[in-house]
Design a binder for this molecule. Structure first.
Ligand SMILES: Cc1cc2nc3c(=O)[nH]c(=O)nc-3n(C[C@H](O)[C@H](O)[C@H](O)COP(=O)(O)O)c2cc1C
Length: 196
Protein backbone atom coordinates (compact mmCIF):
# COMPACT_ATOMS: atom_id res chain seq x y z
CA UNK A 1 0.00 0.00 0.00
CA UNK A 2 1.17 3.53 -0.73
CA UNK A 3 2.69 5.25 2.36
CA UNK A 4 0.36 8.26 2.24
CA UNK A 5 -2.64 5.93 1.93
CA UNK A 6 -1.50 3.92 4.96
CA UNK A 7 -1.09 7.06 7.07
CA UNK A 8 -4.43 8.50 6.00
CA UNK A 9 -6.24 5.22 6.52
CA UNK A 10 -4.92 4.65 10.04
CA UNK A 11 -7.35 5.28 12.84
CA UNK A 12 -7.83 3.80 16.29
CA UNK A 13 -10.31 0.96 15.89
CA UNK A 14 -12.44 -0.11 18.87
CA UNK A 15 -14.28 -3.18 17.62
CA UNK A 16 -12.68 -6.27 16.04
CA UNK A 17 -13.87 -9.43 14.30
CA UNK A 18 -12.81 -12.59 16.12
CA UNK A 19 -11.18 -14.00 12.96
CA UNK A 20 -7.47 -14.78 13.30
CA UNK A 21 -5.00 -13.39 10.76
CA UNK A 22 -1.83 -14.75 9.18
CA UNK A 23 1.17 -15.30 11.43
CA UNK A 24 3.37 -13.84 8.64
CA UNK A 25 1.48 -10.53 8.92
CA UNK A 26 2.16 -10.41 12.65
CA UNK A 27 5.83 -11.18 12.12
CA UNK A 28 6.15 -8.43 9.50
CA UNK A 29 4.46 -5.95 11.88
CA UNK A 30 6.84 -6.88 14.73
CA UNK A 31 9.86 -6.70 12.46
CA UNK A 32 8.96 -3.14 11.44
CA UNK A 33 8.47 -2.16 15.11
CA UNK A 34 12.17 -2.94 15.65
CA UNK A 35 13.14 -0.39 13.02
CA UNK A 36 12.05 2.62 15.10
CA UNK A 37 14.72 5.15 16.02
CA UNK A 38 15.98 5.24 19.61
CA UNK A 39 18.08 7.74 21.55
CA UNK A 40 21.70 6.61 21.54
CA UNK A 41 20.44 3.50 19.74
CA UNK A 42 19.51 2.24 23.21
CA UNK A 43 16.62 0.17 21.81
CA UNK A 44 14.84 0.09 25.14
CA UNK A 45 11.57 -0.83 23.45
CA UNK A 46 10.21 -4.37 23.77
CA UNK A 47 7.03 -6.11 22.66
CA UNK A 48 5.03 -8.87 24.28
CA UNK A 49 2.55 -10.70 22.04
CA UNK A 50 -0.55 -12.18 23.68
CA UNK A 51 -2.97 -14.41 21.73
CA UNK A 52 -4.50 -16.90 24.22
CA UNK A 53 -8.11 -15.70 24.80
CA UNK A 54 -8.09 -16.10 28.59
CA UNK A 55 -4.81 -14.22 28.86
CA UNK A 56 -6.08 -11.48 26.51
CA UNK A 57 -9.04 -11.02 28.83
CA UNK A 58 -6.73 -10.71 31.84
CA UNK A 59 -4.60 -8.14 29.97
CA UNK A 60 -7.75 -6.21 29.08
CA UNK A 61 -8.80 -6.19 32.75
CA UNK A 62 -5.46 -4.61 33.64
CA UNK A 63 -6.45 -1.86 31.17
CA UNK A 64 -9.87 -1.43 32.80
CA UNK A 65 -11.73 -2.75 29.78
CA UNK A 66 -15.11 -2.40 31.51
CA UNK A 67 -14.69 1.39 31.29
CA UNK A 68 -13.98 1.09 27.54
CA UNK A 69 -17.03 -1.17 27.08
CA UNK A 70 -19.20 1.48 28.73
CA UNK A 71 -17.80 4.11 26.40
CA UNK A 72 -17.62 2.19 23.12
CA UNK A 73 -19.96 -0.77 23.56
CA UNK A 74 -17.45 -3.54 22.76
CA UNK A 75 -14.71 -5.39 24.65
CA UNK A 76 -12.29 -4.19 21.98
CA UNK A 77 -9.11 -4.77 23.99
CA UNK A 78 -9.77 -8.48 24.59
CA UNK A 79 -11.77 -9.41 21.47
CA UNK A 80 -8.96 -8.76 18.96
CA UNK A 81 -7.11 -12.02 18.20
CA UNK A 82 -3.73 -10.45 18.94
CA UNK A 83 -2.52 -7.98 21.53
CA UNK A 84 0.93 -6.43 21.42
CA UNK A 85 2.05 -4.99 24.73
CA UNK A 86 4.32 -2.03 24.10
CA UNK A 87 7.01 -1.92 26.78
CA UNK A 88 10.01 0.25 27.55
CA UNK A 89 12.86 0.34 30.01
CA UNK A 90 13.99 3.55 31.68
CA UNK A 91 16.86 1.57 33.22
CA UNK A 92 18.16 0.67 29.76
CA UNK A 93 18.54 4.39 28.98
CA UNK A 94 20.09 5.30 32.31
CA UNK A 95 22.35 2.32 32.91
CA UNK A 96 22.15 0.27 29.69
CA UNK A 97 24.98 -1.11 27.63
CA UNK A 98 27.05 1.81 26.35
CA UNK A 99 30.58 2.41 25.21
CA UNK A 100 32.64 3.47 28.28
CA UNK A 101 33.32 6.92 26.80
CA UNK A 102 29.57 7.59 26.64
CA UNK A 103 29.08 7.04 30.38
CA UNK A 104 29.48 9.86 32.95
CA UNK A 105 32.99 9.54 34.35
CA UNK A 106 31.82 9.95 37.98
CA UNK A 107 29.76 6.73 37.79
CA UNK A 108 26.39 8.56 37.84
CA UNK A 109 23.52 7.68 35.53
CA UNK A 110 23.13 9.18 32.05
CA UNK A 111 20.93 12.32 32.02
CA UNK A 112 18.50 12.68 29.11
CA UNK A 113 16.78 15.98 28.21
CA UNK A 114 13.34 14.30 28.06
CA UNK A 115 12.24 10.72 28.90
CA UNK A 116 13.40 9.22 25.62
CA UNK A 117 12.27 5.75 26.74
CA UNK A 118 8.69 6.91 26.18
CA UNK A 119 9.53 8.91 23.06
CA UNK A 120 11.20 5.90 21.41
CA UNK A 121 8.35 3.60 22.36
CA UNK A 122 5.92 6.04 20.76
CA UNK A 123 7.93 5.77 17.53
CA UNK A 124 7.61 1.98 17.65
CA UNK A 125 3.90 2.12 18.45
CA UNK A 126 3.30 4.33 15.42
CA UNK A 127 5.16 1.84 13.22
CA UNK A 128 2.99 -0.99 14.57
CA UNK A 129 -0.22 0.98 13.96
CA UNK A 130 0.83 1.77 10.38
CA UNK A 131 2.18 -1.71 9.68
CA UNK A 132 -1.18 -3.19 10.75
CA UNK A 133 -2.98 -1.02 8.19
CA UNK A 134 -0.42 -2.02 5.57
CA UNK A 135 -1.36 -5.67 6.23
CA UNK A 136 -5.07 -4.94 5.67
CA UNK A 137 -5.68 -5.07 9.42
CA UNK A 138 -6.62 -2.50 12.04
CA UNK A 139 -5.31 -1.62 15.48
CA UNK A 140 -6.22 0.35 18.57
CA UNK A 141 -4.33 1.57 21.61
CA UNK A 142 -5.21 1.35 25.29
CA UNK A 143 -3.18 2.57 28.23
CA UNK A 144 -2.16 0.09 30.91
CA UNK A 145 -3.58 0.87 34.33
CA UNK A 146 -2.65 -2.03 36.61
CA UNK A 147 1.07 -2.46 35.92
CA UNK A 148 1.81 -4.78 38.91
CA UNK A 149 -0.97 -7.12 37.79
CA UNK A 150 0.39 -7.29 34.24
CA UNK A 151 3.88 -7.94 35.56
CA UNK A 152 2.64 -10.86 37.60
CA UNK A 153 0.39 -12.24 34.86
CA UNK A 154 3.01 -12.19 32.11
CA UNK A 155 6.31 -12.38 34.01
CA UNK A 156 7.43 -8.89 32.96
CA UNK A 157 10.73 -7.97 34.68
CA UNK A 158 10.80 -5.10 37.20
CA UNK A 159 12.94 -2.84 34.98
CA UNK A 160 10.49 -3.14 32.05
CA UNK A 161 7.43 -0.86 31.97
CA UNK A 162 4.36 -2.09 30.05
CA UNK A 163 2.99 1.22 28.74
CA UNK A 164 0.15 0.28 26.44
CA UNK A 165 -1.70 -2.50 24.65
CA UNK A 166 -2.23 -2.57 20.88
CA UNK A 167 -5.09 -4.92 19.91
CA UNK A 168 -4.81 -5.98 16.26
CA UNK A 169 -7.30 -7.74 14.01
CA UNK A 170 -9.82 -7.28 11.25
CA UNK A 171 -11.96 -4.21 11.96
CA UNK A 172 -15.67 -4.39 12.69
CA UNK A 173 -18.05 -1.43 12.71
CA UNK A 174 -17.22 0.63 15.80
CA UNK A 175 -18.30 3.79 17.56
CA UNK A 176 -16.08 6.80 16.82
CA UNK A 177 -14.35 8.32 19.84
CA UNK A 178 -16.20 11.34 21.28
CA UNK A 179 -12.80 13.12 21.31
CA UNK A 180 -12.92 13.25 17.50
CA UNK A 181 -15.64 15.89 17.77
CA UNK A 182 -12.83 18.30 18.55
CA UNK A 183 -11.80 17.96 14.89
CA UNK A 184 -8.26 18.04 13.55
CA UNK A 185 -6.53 21.32 14.36
CA UNK A 186 -5.84 23.44 11.27
CA UNK A 187 -2.28 23.40 9.94
CA UNK A 188 -1.96 27.13 10.71
CA UNK A 189 -2.38 26.35 14.43
CA UNK A 190 0.21 23.61 14.70
CA UNK A 191 2.81 24.38 12.06
CA UNK A 192 5.01 27.45 12.52
CA UNK A 193 7.35 28.65 9.80
CA UNK A 194 10.64 30.26 10.72
CA UNK A 195 9.20 31.91 13.90
CA UNK A 196 6.36 30.88 16.27
C1 LIG B 1 -0.74 8.01 24.28
C2 LIG B 1 -2.13 7.65 23.81
C3 LIG B 1 -3.01 7.03 24.68
C4 LIG B 1 -4.28 6.64 24.25
N1 LIG B 1 -5.08 5.95 25.11
C5 LIG B 1 -6.27 5.51 24.65
C6 LIG B 1 -7.10 4.72 25.50
O1 LIG B 1 -6.73 4.36 26.60
N2 LIG B 1 -8.32 4.35 25.03
C7 LIG B 1 -8.74 4.70 23.79
O2 LIG B 1 -9.84 4.31 23.42
N3 LIG B 1 -7.97 5.43 22.96
C8 LIG B 1 -6.75 5.84 23.36
N4 LIG B 1 -5.95 6.58 22.52
C9 LIG B 1 -6.41 6.88 21.14
C10 LIG B 1 -6.79 8.35 20.96
O3 LIG B 1 -8.02 8.60 21.58
C11 LIG B 1 -6.87 8.59 19.44
O4 LIG B 1 -5.61 8.43 18.87
C12 LIG B 1 -7.38 10.00 19.12
O5 LIG B 1 -8.72 10.14 19.52
C13 LIG B 1 -7.32 10.31 17.62
O6 LIG B 1 -8.00 9.32 16.89
P1 LIG B 1 -7.31 8.49 15.73
O7 LIG B 1 -6.04 7.90 16.31
O8 LIG B 1 -8.33 7.44 15.37
O9 LIG B 1 -7.00 9.42 14.62
C14 LIG B 1 -4.70 6.95 22.93
C15 LIG B 1 -3.80 7.57 22.06
C16 LIG B 1 -2.53 7.90 22.49
C17 LIG B 1 -1.57 8.53 21.51
Amino acid sequence: MDFVEVVRKRRMVRHFKPDPFARESLERILDLARRAPSAGYTQGQSFLVVTVPERRRAVAEACDESFEVELYGYPWISEAPVQILACTSEAAYRFGHRDPEELPQDGSEIQWPVPYWYFDLGCSVMLILLAAVNEGLAAGYARVIDVPRLRELLGIPEDVIPVGVIPIGYPDRDVPSPSLRRGRKPASEVIHWERW
